[in-house]
Design a protein around this ligand. Structure first.
Ligand SMILES: Cc1ncc(COP(=O)(O)O)c(C=O)c1O
Length: 356
């Protein structure tokens, strides 16, 4: 599944566990996404992975960055002085409401009141939680996010020359295919706003890593819906997930009550994604070991943590030996940066960037 260039680089890393980011692959992918989007503005949701080297590649193609905290804001504005920043996120502090921005995504009428009380200028998108049915999503952002139509109506009279209403923002779910996202876009664009940020949430399949979200269909569909309006999207996962790899080594292979386990260095404190999403992280084994092992049978890959939740992949039929190198793919988004790094105080992974 993982290409020879990455596998060769993985074997040259030295100490593992380590993250290996394939920058040329990211460049190629984001270039093709950008080309499919036409006039639609592309922001990157920094929460997916704030690695500066990745951001530098992305900066050549995106129109801006979406940040969701003062920390992300400081990180991005230190790296790029000229790229627009959209600041969102629930529970913004007064200090966050004072941060310079291209757009501020307001989450509630009370947040708007606090923004007005700062006395500063602001360009606002109101975050709508439209209560639309979202079928088949990996994660639905309903509940406390944004506001309903009543909340929006409460906000509208508060705008003026200083705090300006620019339009609507919505991020409805994660893991949606182009036809579903276009259906949601159609419903959102029924609202009479000149500028609409449709959020992220483009589907990524950890089961079939070679399939990609249909950016061409999405771009063409949005162009049809736009009718002269300014549209923006802010994907995270679907941009950076493919370029990241978590490289580790098998330290033990054993059978417990009939089940085969491979214990690898590191674990979900470095790569939490399979634990949070409940999937098997796709991987390739490079037979560098030659130690004891198992052949052609279901193997569960676990890490070094003292918890039964430290599972990277379950009952995958494979051959694996002690000392083998395991390269987990699709580790470029919501991987290292959402993991509980300090649990058990194992060493942290190194980070490498493949440049050519
Ligand atoms: C407001 C907002 N925008 C964009 C994103 C990015 O979503 P994804 O990484 O699924 O594209 C998120 C993710 O939670 C979000 O909350």
């Amino acid at each position: 599944m993982i290409g020879p260039r990455v596998l060769e680089a993985a074997l040259r890393l030295g100490e593992v566990p380590a993250y290996l980011y394939d920058l040329p692959a990211l460049d190629e992918h984001v270039k093709s996404v950008r080309a499919a989007l036409g006039d639609v503005e592309l922001y990157y949701a920094v929460k997916a992975n704030p690695d500066p080297e990745l951001l530098r590649v992305l900066a050549a193609y995106v129109d801006g960055f979406e940040v969701s905290s003062a920390g992300e804001h400081a990180h991005v504005t230190a790296l790029f002085q000229d790229l627009p920043v959209a600041l969102g996120g629930p529970g913004k502090t007064d200090a966050e409401l004072r941060l310079p921005h291209h757009r501020l995504h307001v989450e509630s009428p009370n947040e708007l009141r606090r923004l007005l009380a700062t006395g500063l200028e602001a360009d606002v998108l109101l975050r709508l939680n439209p209560g639309l049915p979202v079928e088949g999503a990996a994660l639905t952002m309903s509940g406390p996010f944004g506001m309903d139509e009543d909340g929006i109506a409460e906000c509208l009279p508060m705008f003026g020359d200083r705090v300006r209403l620019r339009g609507l923002h919505a991020h409805l779910a994660s893991g949606l295919e182009a036809p579903q996202l276009l259906e949601l876009a159609r419903a959102l664009l029924a609202h009479p706003y000149e500028e609409v940020n449709l959020g992220g949430g483009m589907a990524v399949s950890y089961v079939t890593p070679h399939t990609r979200f249909d950016w061409a269909a999405y771009g063409a569909g949005l162009a049809e819906h736009a009718r002269g309006r300014r549209l923006r999207i802010e994907p995270g996962r679907a941009l950076t997930v493919y370029c990241g790899h978590y490289v580790t080594r098998v330290v033990d292979v054993k059978r417990v009550r009939g089940e085969a386990y491979a214990v690898v260095l590191g674990g979900t404190h470095h790569l939490r994604t399979p634990a949070t999403k409940g999937h098997d992280q796709p991987f390739t084994i490079v037979p560098t070991g030659g130690g004891p092992g198992v052949a052609d049978e279901p193997v569960t890959f676990v890490g070094q943590l003292c918890t039964p939740k430290d599972v990277l992949a379950r009952k995958v039929v494979t051959t694996v030996r002690v000392g083998d190198t395991v390269v987990f793919g699709m580790a470029g988004a919501y991987a290292w940066n959402i993991s509980h790094h300090d649990f058990l105080m194992h060493p942290k992974p190194a980070f490498h960037h493949l440049r050519a």
